[in-house]
Structure formats: structure tokens, C-alpha cells
Design a binder for this molecule. Sequence first.
Ligand code: ADP
Ligand code: MG
Length: 389
Amino acid sequence: MILPGGMLGVLGGGQLGLMFSLAARRMGYRTLVVDPDPDAPAFAVCDRRIVGPYSDPDVLSEVAHACQAVTTEFENVPAASLAFLEKSHVVRPSSRSVATCQDRILEKTFLRDQGFETAPFAVLLDGRLPSPDQLSPLLPGILKSSREGYDGKGQWGIRSHEELSRFLKERTGSYVLEKKLDLVGEFSVVLARGAGGETALYPVAENLHTSGILHVSAVPAGIPGPLSDRMSAVARSIALSLDYKGVLSVEFFLAEGDRLYVNELAPRPHNSGHYTIDACVASQFDQQVRVLAGLPLASTRLLSPCAMGNLLGSLWQDHLPPPLGNLLEHPSAKLYLYGKKNPRPGRKMGHFTVIAESAAEASLKAHTLLAALSPASLSQDLGEERPVP
Ligand code: ADP
Ligand code: MG
């Protein structure tokens, strides 16, 4: 067990690394953050920073020298770097788990082989076309790059065989082609699994995405108990199959007839789990610290229905944040800004959580607050006519 005062390393200094470092610091741990970007958000709060590539042997030696245990805040850290650190240190999640989750082909094949239902898919290795028999049932489909995709990046809608062959002529790389499902809803389960295999699950979150990016999450999900129990059971058994140690997130698709599909896994805390900071006994970041330090897991109990809204770069004009007055004045909303300097459209700049008597009420408040930040979407939502320019 690593006691408070110990140094915990995290590969990646984005908002997840920032929130991990804050949780660690609150519990008396010190943190070392590695990120190639000198402006990485977590650098503002960590005890020690290393600006450099994750695969640089000198960087990794420095991490090994300074830290007692190491985690990651995103799935695209090279698994080989984690494997290097694993030789001498506790690394949670393991390089093997991260390797599976960072490659859509490995991830989907793992899920299918273990008997978890996924959207029907085909693997396109090195841009090779599937046979027409394989392809037809997958159209219209979504082509997803096997590596490095996130927040809807690295995905393309494909309607026909011709479209796919045209696309592949212009590119290299490996892909997964997935059938586009008619979704009734999207959900996620975040769980923590400790060194001894003990598991703690957070309640199912209900997620609304726009353009492939999470927009609003509400908890608890407005679905019947048996359905959320099914999601929790699937998430737990995925963690078991991976022999996972750490915080794991499982995204689900729900289609007509209560058909449940596993969409993807994230070997880390999840955007849809940020509400746990404000609405649960222990947050997903507290659990990440606990698993890494070998402490017992804490309670995941939900203290209040809650919703979370993402603040994306498109709300920023000329690098200035949107007018945040409504949000700051709201008595049960909490604002989180990550301190990112470049507000590109679609970039996650911050989020807020809002608690209420029910998830539906919290979700409505989140939507109203988001609409107020973006006047164009407000007039659309209310069906008003746009002013003539
Ligand atoms: P990312 O790594 O970018 O989160 P996902 O595979 O989760 O990639 O896709 C992002 C979003 O795109 C999903 O949350 C969902 O809204 C939509 N999407 C992805 N795959 C499908 C699919 N097969 N059918 C319908 N919608 C999909
Ligand atoms: Mg996703």
C-alpha cells in the first residue's frame, strides 16, 4: 500500500489528469504528470511535471525513478511505455488492458470473442476491402480508424461499396466498419476494480451526444431497473474478463426491443463520470487514486440525482469564454474550467454539474444552462425564427 505522501505518476496531463491530480492532492499524495504539451491542464496542479513524449526512454526512466506507481489518463499512451514501467512498478490499468482498449480492432474482437454483443462490424486491415457479402449487411455504416480516434474524430459515415472503396484508395491504415444502429439511447457505466479484484460500480449514466461528442449526461438513467442491472452486470464481467485493475468505463448503445450493445471501453475515468465529484461519496478520480495506491475502494453511492453538461470550444468566441453568468448564479450548478488555451470547436474546455430532485429535472436544467450559453441553439430549441442578418 502506498500511503499519503507517496508520489503517483500519471501519463497524460489533460482534464482527466488534472482531476486525478486534484483528488490525489486532496488525499495527501504528490503527483508527477507527463505530457508532450507544455500547456497541459494538469501541469497547473501537479507537484512535478515532465514535458516530453510518452515513449522517450529518458522520460520513462525519470518517471520510474520518481514515482511509486503509475496510471494513465487516456488510452492512446503507448502500451509499450506502460509495459516498460510495469517491469519495476505498479501500473494500473495494466499495459495489456490499455493495449486492448486503445485499438478498436483488438477491443471489438475481444468483446466479440468473450460473448459481449457489439454492433455488427468488419475489420479492414491495411485498408483491405471486405467482400460484398460481408459489407452489405453493414451499410449504412460508420468507418472508425482502429487507433487514435476520440470524440467522434477518426469516423466517417459510409453509405455504399463505392464510397468505401473511394475512401480507402485515398488512405492507409486499419479500420473497423460498423453498422450504424438506430439508437434509442446511449449509456455508460464507470467502475473501479481494486488490486484484489473487488469491484465498485457507479450508477448507469444516460448520455446525449451531438456530432459524436458527449453533450449532457444524467444520473440515474431513466430506464427500468432490470435494464440498468444488465448494463452493470456486463460492465462488471468485462472488467473480470480483462482482469482489469483501475477505473474502467463501458459505453453502451440501446436499440429497439431493449437490445443492448457494448460500444467501446475506456481504460480510465470517463467524461460521463465527472458528476461523481459532486454527487457521489467518492469520485471516479478518488477511486483511481485508491486503486493505484492499493487502498480499499470507497463508496460509489449516489447522494443526489445529477446532470453534467460539457462546455465545448465552439462556445468560445475569439478565445473568450461564453458569458457564464447564468451558470455562476445558479445555486446548484458547479463550474469546472480546465484552463486550456486554445478553444478549438469540439474541444472539451470545461463542464458543469447540476443537482436536482430527479435526473429528468437535472437534465432539463443542464440543457437550459447550455442553451443560454449558446444563443443560436436557444432560438432553435424554442422554435423561434432566426433574426434576419
Ligand atoms: P469515440 O471514441 O469518438 O467516443 P464512439 O465509437 O463512441 O467513438 O462514437 C462516438 C459517437 O458516435 C457515439 O457515442 C454515438 O453517438 C455515435 N456512434 C458511433 N458508432 C455508432 C453506431 N454504430 N451506430 C450509431 N451511432 C454510433
Ligand atoms: Mg465513445
